[in-house]
Every structure is written in C-alpha cells, then in structure tokens.
Design a protein around this ligand. Structure first.
Ligand SMILES: Nc1nc2c(ncn2[C@@H]2O[C@H](COP(=O)(O)OP(=O)(O)OP(=O)(O)O)[C@@H](O)[C@H]2O)c(=O)[nH]1
Length: 879
C-alpha cells in the first residue's frame, strides 16, 4: 500500500472521532467482532466499518425492541433475539443443546451475560415490573464463583445441566414443582418469596432458559429459592442446597436464614431484591404483573467521572442493566468501576437519555475546561494578530505604523498605553494586535498553554529576503496551526524585490494566490506607511473566512499577556479577554494568583467598566504577579478564586517536582500504545542543509503503524533556545546532527524536559527513532557529559601532534572519557582523548578551574576557542 493510500484510509481513531467515541471503545468493539486490530492507528477497511455499523444497529434495534416491550408490558417470549456481536455467541446456549463440559462454562456464563436475547431482557423487564430488579452481575459472578470453587464432579454436572435450555433445567426445581414450568415472569416472583415459597422459587429458576438457569445457580438465586428450601424443605431444596454448599458456604448460611441475612453480605442491588420480595409476597404467583413505570430521566447532568453504580442511580436503572449495556458496548465493568465521561455519554445515549456535561467550576485546571456555547450566543469578535519575522525586518516599525494610523474611532487623542496588545479599527471592525513581536515570545506563550493568536503576520524585508528566523517564524506559526499572511516590507527601498520573497517562501509551502497557492502576500512599507490598509483588510478577510466568534454574555476567560509589580499600584496584569466579558469587581484567578478587578484600562488609557472578547486590558487588584501566558478566569467570589489559586499553586509545586509530561524517545512507545501520540513531532538541526534534507527525507519515510514522524522545524545551525521552546510547546523531540546546544540551551531543555538526541551518523539517528517508534529502543546506555574544557592555546609538536592548552570550564575531564570537539556549536570531531597532562605529568582527571594539556587520538586540527566535551556512557535501568 502506498503512503498516499495509507493516508487515505480511515483509521480507528478517525472513525472513533467521527462517532464521538474513543479509540479504545472502537478497538474493544473490533475485538469483540473478532476483527484483528492493533491500535488506534490501524486502518479500518470498508468491510470493517460495515460490521461495526451493523453492530451499532443491532444494539439500537435491541434497545428499541426492549423499550417497545417494556412499553407493552407483555409476555417475555414474544420478541426474537436480535443479531449482535454478543448475539453471535448465544445460539449455543439458547439452542438447548447439551453442553455438559466444564470447559464450556466460560461460554455459558458469557452467553448468559452477553446475550442480548430477548428472554433475558424480558426477564429483566418482568422483574422490574415487580419492582424487583435482579442482579445480573451477582448472578454472573456467582455462577463464575461456583465454577471456580466447585471441584466435585457432581457439582460440575449439576451446573452443566442447567444451561441446556428449558427443562434441561436442573435438578433444582424445574422438574420438581409444577410451578417450575411457569414463565419467567413468574419465575421472578418466587425468588422474592424467599423462605416462604421455595417451590415457586425453584420453578422460576428452572424456567428461565439458559441464561437464567445459569443464574439460578448463583448465590442470589440460591438465597431466594434454593437457599431457603435447603434450609426448610428438603425435598425441593436439595438440588440447590447442594449446589450452594459446593459453591458458596456463605450462601448456605444465608439459605438457612432468610433474605435479610443475604443483605448482610451482598450489595445494594441485592437489597432491592429483598424489597421486591416483600412486594411479591402478597401477590401470589398467578397475579398479573403490574405495569412498569418507566422513570428513566429525560436528561441527566454529569459533573465528571462516576462509578457504574452512581451512573445507574442517576439513570434510574439497575446496576446490572447498566453493566449489561456496557458489555454490549464492549466495556467490562463492575459496579464500582469508574466510567469516563465519554462512556457515560454513550451509555446514556443508549438509554435515550440526554446528557449535560457540567464540569464543576471548582476544577482547578480550569484552562482545560471546555465550554460549549450555543451557536445563537456566539457573536463575532475581533481577530487577534501576532507579528513575527527575522531580526530588523521591520516588525516593531510595522506595529507602530499600524497603531498610529488606525486609532479606534472615538478614542483618538487618548494616551497610548503599553498593555501588551492594542486594537485598531478599520471599516468599523476591530483587530487586536499583540505587540510583543517575534516567534519566541509567541511560542513561549504557547508553551504555557496560552493560545492567544488567531492570525500570524510574517514580516519579510523585500531587500533582504527570507532569512533563518523567517523560516523559524513560519514553522512556529505552522506548528500552532495558524493562518499566515506575509507582509513584504520595505518595498520603498530601491533594492526591494518582493517577487524574490514570494519565490523563496514557496519552498516553505507559502505560495501566493496569484501563483495558484492560498497564501496572502501584501506589499507594505512600514516606514512610509504604505499598504497598511490593504494589510488590515486582508486580516479582516481571513477573520471573516475563519469566523472568529465568542460568547460575550458569560464570565470572562482569557490569558495573561504580561504582568509586573508596579510600585504604586501593586501587581498589574495585562490580560486578553478571550471569552465572556470581564467587569470591574469580578473575582478571578490568573495562574496561581487571584484577586478582584479593582480598575481596568484599555490601550488608550481609558478606564473601562467592562471588556468583551478579544479586548486587551490592564487590570489591578491581584494578590501577586502572574506569569505571561497564565490562564485567566472569573469565579463567583473571591473566596472561591483564592481556594482555586491555592490548589493550583500546590498542583504546580507537585508537578514541578514530579514527572516529565513531555514525550521522550524512551517512553515514546508507551505513549503510542496508550493512544496519546499519533504524530512524533521532531525538530531537526544539522551542521549543513544537506544533512538536514537527508535526515528529513529518511525520517519521513519511516513507517510504523500507530505513529508518523512530523518534522515541525528544521534548519542548519546550532540547537537554539528557540528550538527548545518550540519543542516544549509542540511536544517535540530535537535531533541534532553534528551540532550541539550551548549551555544555556541545554539548561532550558533540561528545565522544559525536552529530549535532545545528538548524532553523528544519519543511519544511527534514523534507527534510534524507528526503534523508539516500535518500542524496541534499547535504553541500556546513556551518554553523560562529565565536563567541558576550552582550548586557549595550541602547540604543534612534531611526532606528538597538536597539544591543546585548555581550561576546564565545567565538570571535569578524565583521561578515559570519550570526547567530542565542538566549534561554534558544531561537532567537528568525536573520538578519544589521547593524553591528559597537568604541567608535565600525566593526569587521570582534571577538575573545573584548572588548566591542562590535551591531545586527541587521531586528530590534530584543534583551534583556539574549540570546546572539548568529555562524556561517558552509563548504563540506564530500563523503564
Ligand atoms: N526603508 C525602510 N526601512 C524600514 C521599514 N520598516 C522598518 N525599517 C527600518 O528597519 C530597521 C529595523 O526595523 P524594526 O522595526 O526595528 O525591525 P524589527 O523586526 O522589529 O527588529 P527587531 O526588533 O530587532 O527584531 C529600522 O531601522 C527601521 O527604520 C520600511 O518599510 N522601509
């Protein structure tokens, strides 16, 4: 299959997304349908999709039939069993064929549990009509427990004989009592009769068909019928009594007592059985069942994960019913198991219940909270624009020019305030500009989780053309998935060549519209204020296409653009309101700080009472100074805001101390397996462009199911801090080929926990990535840099070669260590130290702050200013 074909195929995660389900759920369903599947990236053939859809249809028709039946309240035997994945396993059990092997037990149990066979549903319905929901879970568990514990052959036979069908029933009552042949509806009642109507109880057990018969062997049924009979009426109770003793001693005890005793060691679901028992007592076996009252709620409110039991309660369903539904959805769960919101949504949908997800506001991770607004509440908001580009290409000049020429209508004459952003107005529409230019600031914000920008403008000087930071800026914008407008600046200059800029940018997939691409290019002169209007109009055009909207009628949310401690006003934060409207007096949290908006000013120095979406404002009233990029949100009162800020501070401290959340090659496979990663984002830096291209081409060709390599940035030159920030913001790893990060960059990488992999052989780099993607990375050895020495002098001595007079600038240099020679961030040689001397003596090691003489094995081209990096290879415990 070609790569293109592969890309065209529908993958599990895409399919899951289209259904608003998780990949896990689809995988489970595929497995249940015996369709081979590896992970969320597995390709789904048409046939597979068809089968999954059939599976859903079956579930739906099953549910519909069930609803219909429960509406009609008629006898259980009417509806046919629907075909379903579960159903496909049922025929054996329902056919009544003997299956007297112990090896079949699992299947029998499964049949009884899985089969969405009508009998079972109807049985449930009947039970619920009598207000006596039975407990499938217990039944199933009970049955399994018996199988596990029972070792006597009689027990085995006894049990095996049951699932065979109607009369196959068992020794426990189906053949003994006339009532034993009653329909399951009646069978339900006797169970509740407890100690008083044993005969009926057993009869019911005997009649339930395969599933029920399995159940009849469970503690629950034993207690209800057989257990009691065991205690009181030998003739009838014997069969079950035996089974009970073999299966579960507790049940024997209970059997001897009464149902209340049963309560003592069963859960709430059984308790309902007891209550049902009381209700059933007076009616007698022939009494027609009362009409079931369907009290399923129309809508439920979900505030987070819930256990199966809690979900069942909320849905007004019996836990067993919910568990059964979950099994049909491919989720094996017990009553105490937590269900995530997706599963709850699915489940509720199956019961025809609408769900409103309301994550409590107390949630201290409020930045991750998604608020879904009604389409009708959304209003257009100004786009937020960031300007990026190479040094000196005119970013600041352009920002100033736009600001001074396009003053917001009535606010002309106001005193310009620097609040990190400003608004201009054109054609009665506003545009917000973030006025810290540059992609580093932009990506640093993004790394902190703030997604402020809607549109990026890449400024390229027409006389200078595309430069390294232009490319960086383009890649940063692309990594953020933002639309790009290119402002070709300085067109007033005589040597301006806008076409050259266009030509150069096509290499980075920015093709002008007139050349058949979709990138907008605007020629401007920031200095002479030419073309500015055109640029603003283009911004509005992009905004119109992308329909940036927000709901202004709710509490405000946004992010801190910058903040500082003002001598007279205390902590001051400049924030961009992104959703809702911020008002004076609002209590809020910003990062780990909190406060109440005391005063609010806009970029013209005007005091505001309220600020709507996309408005930048400066606020006072904080307890401390937050950080740029911190999320901001309004809460109902200051006390709540304080408690959330406190919680956030604690969480941050813990995460600072805690684990690395960024992807590293060592744990890449785990992330892939868990479905967290579909693209391995990579930044490539190499000594020359040729190596960059070679590495890029080779990495992009790696095909491992489950993950793709995505190169988000590449370039020739040393690894810089900007690369690390981009990696941190995009969860990428950095591959350095023949290049090294400088110390500051290394420190940033450590702090941001960005994985840097350095190589000198392309094949090794590719192999390392491929192995990591396949989970085969052998993490046995890890390089540890032990020190650096700077070459201060060189001496050429014949027969010896070049001796480098060095100063150890960090750590230590040891004689046995391996080394690499770094010149301007580029590795020029890697090998071993030949000799290490202090004055004239050989030294084993030389520590930081001392001078030494070093010769390298087989390398003499040492130069002043070179850095010798010493490292050792250490074993690492496999994770
Ligand atoms: N001729 C001409 N010069 C311009 C134009 N725009 C900016 N310049 C000049 O280019 C130089 C750099 O402009 P800046 O706005 O500081 O560039 P920058 O991209 O913000 O630079 P950094 O902040 O250093 O990244 C200044 O001397 C400006 O006067 C223009 O349209 N035409």
């Amino acid at each position: 299959m070609s790569k293109q074909e592969k890309q065209d195929k529908l993958r599990v995660y895409e399919y899951a997304k289209s259904l608003n389900m998780s990949s896990k759920e689809i995988i489970t369903i595929l497995k249940r349908l015996n369709i081979p599947v590896n992970n969320h990236m597995s390709v789904m053939e048409n046939d597979t999709v068809g089968r999954v859809e059939q599976f859903f249809k079956d579930i739906k028709s099953n549910a519909a039939a069930k609803r219909e039946n429960s509406g009609r309240n008629d006898s259980p035997a009417k509806s046919p069993a629907p075909a379903s994945a579960g159903g496909s396993q049922t025929p054996k059990a329902s056919s009544g064929e003997p299956s007297g092997h112990r090896g079949d037990h699992g299947r029998q149990v499964q049949s009884s549990t899985n089969a969405p066979v009508k009998n079972q549903n109807q049985q449930e319905k009947q039970v619920s009509m009598n207000n006596k929901p039975k407990t499938n879970q217990n039944n199933t568990n009970g049955s399994t427990a018996v199988q596990e514990r029972s070792s006597r052959p009689t027990g085995g036979n006894h049990q095996n004989s049951r699932p065979q069908g109607q009369g196959g029933g068992n020794s426990s009552g189906a053949n003994r009592s006339p009532q034993g042949n009653r329909g399951p509806g009646q069978g339900g009642q006797p169970r509740n009769d407890g100690g008083q109507r044993q005969g009926q109880g057993q009869g019911g057990g005997g009649n339930r068909g395969p599933q029920q018969q399995n159940r009849s062997f469970t503690p629950s049924n034993n207690n209800n019928g057989g257990g009691n009979s065991g205690g009181q009426r030998q003739g009838q109770g014997q069969g079950q009594g035996q089974g009970q003793r073999r299966g579960n001693n507790n049940n024997n005890n209970n059997g001897g007592r009464n149902q209340r005793g049963f309560d003592d060691n069963r859960n709430g679901a059984n308790f309902r059985n007891n209550r049902g028992g009381k209700g059933g007592r007076g009616r007698g076996p022939q009494q027609p069942p009362r009409e079931k009252i369907d009290n399923t709620p129309k809508k439920i409110i979900v505030r987070g994960t819930m256990t199966v039991g809690e979900t069942a309660k909320l849905l007004h369903k019996d836990a067993s019913e919910v568990i059964k539904k979950l099994i049909l959805l491919g989720v094996m769960a017990t009553i105490n198991q937590e269900l995530d919101i997706d599963t709850i949504l699915l489940l509720a949908g199956d019961f025809g219940v609408e769900v409103e997800v309301k994550i409590p506001v107390e949630d201290d991770r409020f930045e991750t909270m998604e608020e879904v607004d009604d389409e009708a509440d959304l209003k257009d908001r100004p786009p937020v624009v960031t300007i990026m580009g190479h040094v000196d290409h005119g970013k600041t000049t352009l920002l100033d020019a736009i600001r001074s020429t396009n003053v917001t209508g009535g606010e002309a004459g106001g005193i310009t305030q620097h609040i990190g952003a400003y608004q201009v107005e054109i054609n009665n529409k506003k545009i917000t500009f973030l006025d810290t230019p540059g992609h580093e600031a932009f990506t640093a914000m993004r790394a902190r989780g703030a997604q402020l920008t809607d549109i990026t403008i890449i400024v390229v000087a027409a006389d200078d053309g595309v430069m390294p930071q232009t490319v960086e800026a383009v890649n940063h914008a692309k990594a953020a998935g933002l639309p790009i407008i290119v402002a070709v600046n300085k067109i007033d200059k005589p040597d301006a060549n806008p076409d050259k800029v266009k030509q150069e940018l096509t290499e980075y997939e920015l093709v002008p519209e007139e050349w058949g691409g979709d990138t907008i290019f605007v020629n401007v002169s920031a200095k002479q204020k030419l073309g500015l209007e055109g640029l603003l109009e283009m911004i509005l055009l992009v905004a119109e296409v992308n329909e940036y909207k927000a709901n202004p009628d709710k509490r405000a949310r946004g992010a801190v653009i910058e903040a500082e401690l003002d001598k007279s006003r205390g902590p001051v934060a400049r924030v961009l309101v992104q959703h809702g409207t911020l008002k004076v007096g609002d209590a809020f949290v910003a990062g780990n700080c909190f406060g109440r908006v005391r005063a609010m000013v806009n970029d013209r120095g005007r005091r505001l009472k309220e600020a709507g979406p996309s408005t930048p404002v400066e606020i006072t009233g904080l307890n401390e100074v937050p950080q740029a990029g911190d999320p901001f949100m309004v809460f109902e009162d200051e006390r709540k805001a304080r408690s959330i800020a406190d919680k956030r501070a604690i969480t941050q401290r813990q995460s600072d101390l805690g684990s690395n959340t960024r992807v590293t090659l060592d744990d890449l496979f785990r992330h892939i397996k868990e479905g967290e990663i579909k693209d391995l984002n990579v930044i490539i830096k190499a000594d020359v462009q040729g190596s960059v291209e070679a590495l890029k081409g080779a990495l992009e060709k790696i095909e491992v199911e489950g993950v793709r390599v995505k190169i988000i940035h590449s370039g020739a030159g040393a690894i810089t801090e900007s690369d690390i920030i981009l990696a941190a913001a995009s969860n990428a790893i950095v591959i350095g080929f023949n290049v090294r990060p400088d110390n500051q960059t290394k420190a940033t990488a450590e702090q941001e926990k960005v994985d840097i992999r350095l190589h000198r052989v392309i094949y090794n780099a590719i192999e390392e990535i491929e192995q990591a993607m396949k989970g085969m990375l052998d993490p046995v050895y890890k390089e540890t840099v032990i020190g650096h020495a700077e070459v201060r002098n060189t001496f050429k001595i014949s027969k010896v070669g070049t001796i480098a007079g060095c100063m150890v600038t960090s750590g230590k240099i040891t004689r046995s260590a391996e080394m690499r020679l770094v010149r301007d961030g580029i590795v020029v040689y890697e090998g071993k130290i030949d000799s290490l001397k202090r004055f004239k003596d050989d030294a084993k090691e030389v520590a930081q702050g001392y001078e030494c003489g070093i010769t390298l094995d087989n390398y003499n081209d040492l130069k002043e200013g070179d850095v010798i990096e010493a490292f050792i290879m250490e074993t690492v415990e496999p994770k």
